[in-house]
Design a protein around this ligand. Structure first.
Ligand SMILES: Cc1cc2nc3c(=O)[nH]c(=O)nc-3n(C[C@H](O)[C@H](O)[C@H](O)COP(=O)(O)OP(=O)(O)OC[C@H]3O[C@@H](n4cnc5c(N)ncnc54)[C@H](O)[C@@H]3O)c2cc1C
Length: 407
């Protein structure tokens, strides 16, 4: 094993970050802000041609826009707001992204008047519709240690009637839970977001960015990191990582990646750092069109799953990817973005819901086979979106079911 460099030549050490989503970008920021790295000591590898991972909203007024994923924030996302407090907005270098977000939400606050619909009408969500038994089950879940929930699904804990309640519909569609999702994960969310419960039926307390999160979050961070000298290797999949195990110590010694189709290697010294932040939610996602549905893509021998499976097979401490990719039928999710050329749908929805675009959040059609929701964001939702385009996003939690109108 090579010896760590001395304090004198520490400026020679490097940090490699695999994955340029919000997690990898955050690593880059904190290495510079808190760990004494200079930007030019840091390299971010991503297989995709753009940074941002799941937060990769993009498009043009002509071709239309699309957003794969996004994050609903809330005031106490302490890490996110700390991260963005040091990142200037693209429009005004004197204003941080955090300041911009909070100023925007003071003007455009979430207070949904039409959170759930049934048979085309608003559902009264003032009561969560929970029976005494459901409330006891929720309380019991909160006080049960996580270790006792290992391997359990949500529908193993609650009565069947719980899944018809207003509470479950709000819960499932806000946080993208299925009946068969992990009970331990539900407990974590219940504890993490308990303070939001009083306004949960109106999505009160949800904090949004001015534009989609690629424009409002990813691009400002990437711009800042590039200005510090960080090297972005986009379109560069990492295919393998060599790890040396010495007792309890594990150290990455080399990174293998494809650059322009050629296999390359990068040796890592003893005091270099490697961060692997691959995420997974949009891996192997595919794009549909106006005439073709998005194809359900199998795992292939590239990208995140290939790398993780290779690492897990070589090094048992690298976790169990099959927990996350072993049941595609149970983990698939559909999101869609519509680009409209007239304001007719927005006008109708604003009148119907009583919410100006940007103040309502998710509107869920509880009787849709897909359990479909739409979100009308504040417009424009893209920095390059002209006044005669209107963009909304939606999702279907059960996309494997036949649609109500189009099979
Ligand atoms: C529809 C939808 C709604 C969501 N709603 C919310 C929400 O309300 N609140 C919330 O907090 N979160 C939400 N999320 C989740 C959130 O978007 C993600 O948790 C977050 O963006 C993950 O960031 P990440 O950096 O960890 O991973 P990712 O964004 O997935 O980034 C991982 C990166 O690693 C790269 N990569 C993978 N394999 C390799 C390889 N072998 N070599 C090189 N690069 C590789 C990928 O290309 C990708 O860019 C939602 C996600 C979706 C899809």
């Amino acid at each position: 094993m090579s010896q760590p460099r001395t304090a004198v030549d520490r400026s020679a050490r490097r940090a490699c970050i695999v994955g340029g989503g919000i997690a990898g970008l955050a690593v880059g920021v904190y290495l510079i802000r808190s760990a004494g790295f200079a930007g030019n000591q840091i390299t971010i590898f991503d297989q995709a041609p753009v940074a941002g991972g799941a937060l990769d909203g993009a498009g043009t007024p002509g071709a239309g826009y699309r957003i794969r994923g996004g994050r609903m924030h809330e005031e106490h996302f302490a890490c996110t707001w700390d991260l963005l407090s040091g990142i200037p907005t693209l429009d005004d270098p004197g204003v941080s992204v955090t300041e911009e977000v909070f100023a925007f939400n003071a003007r455009v606050a979430s207070h949904s008047h039409a959170r759930l619909l049934r048979a085309g009408r608003k559902v009264d969500v003032a009561s969560y519709g929970l029976a005494k038994r459901d409330i006891l089950d929720l309380l019991r879940l909160n006080v049960t240690p996580e270790a006792a929930l290992d391997g359990k699904q949500i529908d193993e804990w609650f009565e069947a009637a719980f899944f018809d309640t207003v509470f479950w519909h709000l819960w499932a569609t806000t946080f993208a839970f299925q009946r068969w999702s992990s009970l331990a994960e539900m407990r974590r969310y219940a504890i993490r977001f308990m303070h939001l419960l009083p306004g949960f039926h109106q999505l009160k307390g949800i904090v949004r960015t001015v534009y989609n999160q690629y424009d409002s979050v990813v691009l400002p961070i990437e711009t800042w990191l590039r200005a510090q000298g960080v090297d972005f290797r986009l379109g560069t999949p990492v295919t393998d990582i060599d790890i040396e195990v010495c007792g309890a110590e594990k150290r990455a010694t080399a990174l293998h990646y494809l650059a322009d189709g050629q296999l390359q290697h990068c040796a890592l010294e003893a005091d270099d750092c490697l961060f692997i932040t691959l995420g997974s939610m949009v891996e192997r996602s595919s794009l549909g069109s106006m005439t073709a549905p998005a194809a359900l893509r199998p795992k292939e021998d590239t990208g995140l799953w290939a790398l993780w499976e290779r690492l897990a097979s070589r090094y048992p401490f690298c976790g169990r990817p099959e927990v996350f990719n072993g049941r595609i039928d149970r983990s698939q999710w559909m999101s869609f973005t519509a680009t409209l050329k007239t304001p007719a749908f927005f006008d109708h929805m604003e009148r119907f819901t009583g919410n100006e675009a940007g103040t309502g959040g998710l509107v869920t059609m509880t009787d849709s086979n897909w359990l479909m929701s739409v979100v009308l964001a504040h417009q424009p939702h893209f920095r390059n979106q002209p006044a005669d385009r209107f963009v909304f996003w939606g999702d279907g939690l059960l996309p494997a079911q036949s649609g109500n109108f189009v099979g």
